[in-house]
Design a protein around this ligand. Structure first.
Ligand SMILES: Nc1nc2c(c(=O)[nH]1)N[C@H]1C(S)=C(S)[C@@H](COP(=O)(O)OP(=O)(O)OC[C@H]3O[C@@H](n4cnc5c(=O)[nH]c(N)nc54)[C@H](O)[C@@H]3O)O[C@H]1N2
Ligand SMILES: Nc1nc2c(c(=O)[nH]1)N[C@H]1C(S)=C(S)[C@@H](COP(=O)(O)OP(=O)(O)OC[C@H]3O[C@@H](n4cnc5c(=O)[nH]c(N)nc54)[C@H](O)[C@@H]3O)O[C@H]1N2
Ligand code: SF4
Ligand SMILES: [Mo]
Length: 821
């Protein structure tokens, strides 16, 4: 037994009193489970106090684990265990402060992990709904009853409606665990004949879809890494890209972007309606366009660039389709090139001058010209975009426009340059838990599930983006939500979503598998209590961590708390009920699967350490033997030998396929924004910047940035993270003043879809006319339906974007008023 000092919480600057709050929190949580499912004593609480009073701690053992969450990084955590209880969480202690061997320091969330593990909201036993759906009334049942219920309902659904009526919801609460990402659920469903699939994700539905038409990839096109930029770029543009808040791991781009700035001295321009932490810590210059107007900003810059002859004409002639009339596909009428669009020689006859762009974006024309010149003249420029610009009603065009600027300035495929996509990274992924193939080929957009519940058989390929067949035969009748909070938090329009889910004649059975009693769990018919990572075996690869990739060993540190169970074990038991246990397990336990995954990885990467060695060292780092990430280099070097997978083999600023689709895809009852365009032109949309000027009821644009206190909703119920990062709506001082709102006043933000009540952060750090509600706060409606948690999706619109049928969740109009006391 070792004795160690220095409690981690003090090291991370959490005030002492939060320990006390935390120990007091246990009693308050009982209200969340209305059934009397017992909360039990919370292990670990007393230990906190021991830390406080003694400053020393006895530790039986320290095991490696990780924060396996969808934040774009993944951090190792060392869990210190005494008497079967985790008494302390320590960050990575391997690595150093160099670029490719850096220490992977966990952020405020990961370091608060113990509060998530020992949270009063932990689900403690299987629960079956007894009241109305959504009432939150459950009774505790045995695991055997839970497995039987699951198996019966699944079998019934398949026999009655077919496998297409079964749906496994998107959920990213445990992300990039080699085993826990699927937890076994996909494999189980696939062995049962499959389920309706989905394409895309909530992170980057729009750019993930539109890229195929622009660059030919079936996923987004990454840009150069910031390691490459630090070595070779003269300028980095962070376009709606906020690494300081959305890549907070020491292993991640928070570090590499800071390195490019502070060590390499690369100039950085940030383009964001909000003065994000990346503006504060990295930017030499900041442009603040109105949300959803980036394609107009690009067009204005393009006008300045073309007017001064600063475009890279040789690059455009050789590598691109559709810049000018001389490089258009056959059969397209004159006036449809990007140049014609910009110069006002196209169908709309409007020149996209910097003044025109200023009118739409709110960015002064002089700034547009000045930044355009810099981007054109600086030398290699890495234009990178985050996913904020594309999570809009016109997100596909926004994303393509930013890609276009990279082509216009000839930066694609060269060291120091970039593609206009998200900063690049190395990802030598190892073997994942084998889910098997889904025999059902039909897929809906990831965002389309509420529609598929309400009017499944009406959904078609050309109208709703159904893939794999022309139309669906049946709506979703059985839904499994594993590690997601979509049912009442992360999907758009929470009130409408709950209304849809409340109708048990539509989706007949809902299973939620989580480890916390979330608002989504309360919408379930059956809740299965999962463990946390600390209570099971896994391995976790890094994700968007630049040119240093890594794998973390996640050893089971403690036994499953309460009556929880790892998902893989649940699936095994359900498979047994369904008579497919042998096929499901292939004779392996969870730990044996992790060892198998390890062996597969070692077969591909012989330097990968032995299992026991990895348990010892915790983290294994890889770097790309080919050097820093410079995507599309082969294409740049030889476009004939290495064409892109677009119809022309080139970068399609004018997309031939989209041109076709503008006449084949159907938009019945089309409102503003419901259309496809072959060029990445600016499109005014529903609830966009233009409508904000005429909508007197809801004149403010509301975006919902990803927030330091949470990863979406996860970590949103912790005393420490809530104290460090309280939920507040950002309002510009002028908008606040006009409404008599002062800093920290309680306000209500509302539109026809709902109302949230939160304190105001009155600030000059956001553009006038724009608010931001940090997304992911826990939905907590009061008796009048006002969400006192401040969940952004109480306000957002469920209407899909035109091409990807994705989530334009940053496009919302609302009003704000002070709450009269
Ligand atoms: N308005 C608005 N909405 C958005 C966004 C936005 O920008 N604005 N962003 C979108 C994006 S990019 C994303 S990725 C989605 C994310 O949406 P979700 O994938 O729903 O993410 P979370 O809200 O974190 O929910 C994860 C759930 O998993 C649970 N969980 C954590 N660990 C485990 C585990 O080990 N086992 C199990 N079974 N459960 C676990 C957590 O308790 C939590 O309830 O949200 C989207 N929603
Ligand atoms: N701390 C933390 N980190 C996270 C997450 C989290 O919840 N918390 N979530 C993770 C996940 S799953 C994802 S997908 C990523 C999300 O990463 P992103 O999608 O890149 O994050 P966002 O905060 O939605 O948007 C980035 C920036 O774009 C700005 N923005 C919004 N609209 C516009 C616009 O129209 N134009 C321009 N130019 N800028 C705009 C926002 O103000 C914000 O600062 O983050 C990951 N990292
Ligand atoms: S939330 Fe992300 S950055 Fe923070 S500790 Fe977890 S993996 Fe690391
Ligand atoms: Mo995401």
């Amino acid at each position: 037994m070792t004795v160690e000092t220095a409690p981690e919480a003090r090291a991370e600057g959490v005030p002492r009193r939060s320990f006390l709050k935390w120990s007091g929190a246990a009693g308050g949580a009982a209200a969340l489970v209305t059934t009397g499912a017992h909360l039990g004593a919370l292990p670990g609480v007393g230990v906190d106090n021991a830390v406080l009073t003694t400053g020393a701690l006895s530790v039986d053992r320290t095991t490696w684990s990780a924060c396996i969450i969808n934040c774009g990084s993944r951090c190792p955590l060392r869990l210190q265990v005494t008497d079967g209880t985790i008494v302390r969480v320590l960050p990575d202690d391997s690595g150093d402060d160099e670029l490719l061997t850096r220490q992977i320091r966990a952020c405020v969330r990961g370091r608060s992990m113990r509060q998530r593990i020992y949270n009063p909201d932990r689900l403690k036993a299987p629960l079956k709904r007894v009241g109305e759906r959504g009432s939150g009334e459950f009774e505790e049942i045995s695991w055997d009853e839970a497995f039987t219920l699951f198996a019966e309902k699944l079998t019934y659904t398949i026999e009655t409606y077919g496998n297409e009526a079964v749906y496994k919801q998107y959920g990213s609460g445990t992300w990039n665990g080699l085993l826990s990402t699927s937890g076994g659920w996909k494999r189980l469903l696939n062995l049962m004949g499959g389920c309706l699939g989905y394409y895309g994700n909530y992170s980057y539905a729009q750019i993930g879809t539109c890229t195929r038409f622009h660059y030919g990839n079936t996923d987004e096109q990454m840009s150069n890494s910031f390691e490459d930029s630090a070595a070779n770029s003269k300028l980095i543009v962070l376009w709606g890209n906020n690494p300081q808040e959305t890549r907070m791991s020491g292993g991640g781009v928070l570090f590499t972007s800071m390195w490019a700035k502070k060590k390499a001295g690369v100039k950085i321009i940030v383009i964001d309606p909000r003065q994000s932490d990346s503006v504060v810590t990295l930017a030499d210059e900041w442009l603040a366009p109105r949300p959803g107007t980036d394609a107009a900003l690009v067009a204005g810059m393009a006008h300045a660039i073309i007017s001064e002859g600063l475009q890279d004409q040789a690059f455009l002639d050789t590598y691109c389709q559709g810049f000018d009339e001389a490089h258009m596909p056959a059969g397209v009428p004159a006036g449809n090139s990007y140049r014609s669009y910009v110069l006002g020689e196209g169908p709309d006859g409007v020149a996209k001058t910097p003044e025109w762009a200023a009118g739409i974006t709110g960015v002064p024309a002089a700034s547009i010209i000045q930044v355009a010149r810099q981007i054109a003249l600086a030398g290699p420029v890495n234009i990178t975009q985050g996913w904020g610009p594309q999570r809009h009603a016109n997100g596909e065009n926004q994303a393509r426009a930013i890609y276009t600027l990279a082509a216009l300035t000839g930066n694609v495929g060269i060291p120091g340059g970039g593609t206009g996509g998200r900063e690049g990274y190395y990802w030598p992924v190892s073997e994942w838990f084998p889910d098997g193939d889904n025999p059902v080929t039909a897929k809906i957009s990831v965002f389309g599930w509420t529609d598929a519940i309400v009017r499944g058989p009406e959904l078609t390929k050309l109208k709703d983006g159904v893939r794999g067949k022309d139309k669906l035969d049946v709506g979703i009748k059985f839904m499994l939500a594993y590690a997601g909070n979509m049912l009442s938090s992360q999907h758009a329009d929470i009130n409408r979503t709950r209304e849809i889910l409340s109708d048990t004649s539509l989706c007949e059975f809902i299973v939620v598998v989580d480890n916390q009693m979330t608002a989504s769990a309360k919408m379930a018919d059956l809740i299965l209590p999962d463990t946390t990572t600390a209570e099971r075996w896994d391995m976790a690869p890094s994700e968007y961590t630049g040119d240093m990739a890594y794998v973390i060993m996640c050893e089971k540190a403690i036994e499953p708390l309460f009556n929880s169970m790892p998902s893989y074990e649940m699936c095994t038991q359900i498979a047994k009920k369904l008579g497919i246990e042998a096929e499901f397990t292939e004779g392996r336990t969870e730990e044996q699967w992790v060892r198998w995954l390890h062996e597969q990885t070692r077969a591909e990467h012989p330097d990968f350490p032995e299992f026991e060695q990895l348990r010892e060292q915790g983290v294994y780092r890889y770097t790309d033997p080919d050097g820093y990430t410079v995507p599309l280099k082969a294409f740049r070097d030889d476009p004939v030998a290495n064409p892109l997978e677009t119809p022309s083999g080139k970068i399609e600023l004018f997309s031939s396929e989209l041109w076709e689709m503008t006449s084949t895809w159907e938009f019945p009852d089309a409102g503003p924004g419901d259309k496809l365009t072959a060029l990445p032109e600016h499109v005014d949309t529903w609830e966009g910047a233009l409508e904000a000027r005429t909508n007197t009821a809801y004149p403010l644009q509301v975006i919902g940035h990803h927030f330091k206190g949470r990863t979406h909703s996860t970590y949103g119920n912790l005393a420490w993270t809530k104290e460090a990062h309280p939920q507040k709506v950002w309002i510009n001082s002028s908008d606040a003043k006009a409404r008599g709102i002062e800093n920290d006043d309680l306000v209500e933000v509302f539109n026809d879809r709902g109302r949230i009540r939160v304190p105001a952060k009155v600030t000059a750090r956001i553009l006038p006319g724009v608010m931001s509600v940090p997304q992911g706060a826990w939905f907590a409606p009061d008796k009048d339906g006002v969400d006192t948690g401040g969940a952004m999706n109480t306000l957002t619109n469920i209407h899909p974007t035109p091409l990807s049928k994705g989530n334009g969740q940053h496009t919302t109009l609302a009003q704000v008023e002070k709450v009269s006391k």
